[in-house]
Design a protein around this ligand. Structure first.
Ligand code: PMP
Length: 360
């Protein structure tokens, strides 16, 4: 018996689940997590907040997560309020809810590939047809060609990802504005890596006033070092939050998650203290790889995509034998590495040199 023997939906036949390998290795630089553990003071605050909730777990959580959304709005600034913000179990769930509300059977979503692999997977899961938009050869997206793709395909949902996973490239706001002007559907800017941007690439949050069709998604999984807590969120016009209420599961965000996220947000400065150190390692990885004559995509995120590797699968495998796990994102000749601690960068570069020697 395998899944094809089941009366599964036709569009799911032959597809594969999201599957970054979860291997127990000394140096895990494959899922763009924050390598730094949660600081002890924040651990204490989270434990105290969760403890406070424990006796009340006989009751359902606040279905609206109002206090948490108010904290998130305060963190984002831009005069946003609780009405502009929605939160769920990771930004993946937020994205799925957006597709449930604005995609669905008979509707289409367009994204500029290669981008976050979950965008097409979530689209397929919600019965939304996926359309690949075009990126330039250097993985950038420009306003003109993005608008042309939107004009051609007239999608119900457009995904922009800035900084983009797996390329690390950030988008100019001219692209967001051009896509918004050209489309009649929702425009979702996935800003999971926003906190790692270099100066000069402002957030699309500054453009929310342009249209109620614009949505910006964020997460606490990366800069906040809270991937295990599962907390993602969006900022948009209050009408978008109203639309999501129609599809969200009741009580989707547990009291424990809400309490932990609020305790973490109360320590934003302590949690974001690692961001500068990670950006330093990112920039060190970029320059070290360039020195080695590799092709490196400029990065505004906490990871670097690099190419010129020949058989990237073989390089990936040899690095794994050295205890260093990075990511083969399926782009021939390219691999992606997460920027972590200085010691992890050392180990990565050493394993890479070993692996490239093996290739020669
Ligand atoms: N968007 C992008 C671009 C990502 O890379 C990721 C995680 N890899 C996510 C969203 C989802 O993150 P989470 O569900 O942990 O918030």
């Amino acid at each position: 018996m395998n899944l094809d023997d089941l009366p599964i939906r036709d569009e799911l036949r032959g597809s594969t689940p999201y599957g970054a390998p979860q291997l127990d290795v000394p140096v895990a630089l494959n899922t763009n997590e924050n390598s730094y553990p949660v600081p002890e003071a924040v651990v204490e605050a989270i434990v105290a907040a969760v403890r406070e909730e424990a006796s009340g777990l006989n009751r359902y959580p606040d279905r609206e997560a109002t206090a948490l959304r108010a904290d998130l709005a305060r963190y984002l600034g831009h005069d946003l309020t609780v009405a502009n913000v929605w939160a769920a179990n990771g930004s993946n769930e937020v994205l799925q809810e957006l597709l449930q509300a604005f995609g669905g059977p008979g509707r289409t979503a367009l994204g500029f590939t290669p981008a976050y692999s979950m965008h097409p997977i979530l689209s397929r899961g919600t019965g939304t047809d996926w359309i690949d938009g075009r990126r330039n050869d250097d993985f950038s997206v420009d306003a003109e060609s993005a608008a042309a793709d939107v004009r051609k395909h007239d999608p119900d949902v457009v995904f922009l990802c800035s900084p983009n996973n797996p390329t690390g490239t950030a988008l100019g706001l001219d692209v967001v504005e051009a896509v918004l002007a050209e489309s009649r559907g929702m425009v979702i800017v996935d800003e999971a890596y926003a906190e790692f941007r270099r100066p000069g690439t402002p957030s699309a949050i500054s453009r929310l006033g342009l249209s109620p069709r614009l949505v910006v998604t964020r997460t606490m999984s990366k800069a906040f070092a809270l991937a295990g807590a599962r907390l993602g969120y969006l900022a948009a016009d209050p009408a978008v939050v109203d639309a999501i209420q129609l599809v969200r599961l009741p009580y989707h965000l547990s009291s424990i998650t809400q309490a932990a996220a609020r305790a973490a947000l109360a320590h934003t400065d302590a949690l974001l203290a690692t961001v500068e150190a990670i950006k330093e390692q990112r920039d060190r990885i970029v320059s070290s790889l360039r020195t080695r004559g590799l092709e490196v995509v400029p990065s505004d995120a906490n990871f670097v995509l690099f190419g010129g590797l020949g058989d990237q699968r073989a390089v990936w495998q040899r690095m794994l034998t050295q205890g260093v796990l990075i990511r083969d994102v399926g782009l021939p000749g390219y691999l992606r590495v997460t920027a972590g601690t200085p010691a992890e960068t050392d180990a990565f570069l050493e394993a890479l040199d070993f692996s490239l020697k093996g290739q020669a």
